[in-house]
Design a protein around this ligand. Structure first.
Ligand code: AMP
Length: 211
């Protein structure tokens, strides 16, 4: 199964992908995680995109599509995947359609106030990308990832000024993808405002996985 997760930053795409990927036996491919790994490792790509990520801007389509093309060519991505954070623009969606068309685009609907609240309290593991929230999904030991022992930190782009830019970019460049996938009969929309378990249950129901 080839799935795209759509929705604003903080909609829960990464959290639900972390639950869904092992349940469905699919790789969870997050372009944000791939870019953050490149920045951390100071690769040529990482050096190019570091400032863009910190400001909350979008990486140019060319670079992003090349990154995804390479990742989708890996053996674990042959029979399916969950793409979290890609596509984010119409040209990216068109490129994916040529590379490997998705079966469904799952749109997580969440109001702006909820997104802003979630992002300002979100924490992430620097090593494995596992997502936490200081309000309701804390790691067992403060600052330490339950899954890998890595450092749990606040992303540079989860600061107030970047959150605003990311929401604006989402509205302008990514939200049009909802109709784009809708008109192709691939859109599933689920409410994303509940806790992780409730949203995951809605996701399973929308995909008919509970039968
Ligand atoms: P995310 O972890 O999905 O919130 O992504 C973090 C950042 O990585 C974004 O704010 C962008 O700067 C960059 N990024 C991730 N995915 C894409 C994409 N599909 N197109 C452009 N930039 C992206």
């Amino acid at each position: 199964m080839k799935l795209i997760f759509l929705g604003p930053p903080g909609a829960g795409k990464g959290t639900i992908a972390d639950l869904a990927a092992p349940a469905l036996g699919l790789p969870h491919i997050s372009t944000g995680d791939l870019f953050r790994a490149a920045v951390k490792d100071e690769t040529p790509l990482g050096l190019k995109v570091k400032g863009i990520l910190a400001s909350g801007g979008l990486v140019p389509d060319e670079l992003t599509i090349a990154l995804v093309e390479e990742r989708l060519a890996a053996p674990d991505a042959r029979s399916g995947w969950i793409l979290d954070g890609f596509p984010r623009t119409i040209p990216q969606a068109e490129a994916l359609e040529r590379l490997a068309p998705a079966d469904k685009a799952v749109n997580f609907e969440v109001a702006d106030e909820v997104v802003i609240g979630r992002l300002s309290t979100r924490r992430v593991c620097r090593a494995c990308g596992k997502i936490y929230n200081v309000r309701n999904m804390r790691p067992k030991q403060e600052g330490v990832c339950d899954a890998c022992g890595g450092e749990v930190y606040t992303r540079d782009d989860d600061k107030e000024s970047s959150i605003k830019t990311r929401l604006e970019n989402y509205r302008k460049q990514t939200a049009p993808l909802i109709d784009w996938y809708g008109s192709r009969g691939k859109l599933l929309t689920i409410g994303g405002e509940g806790g992780a378990e409730a949203v995951f249950a809605a996701f399973r129901a929308a995909l008919g996985l509970n039968k």
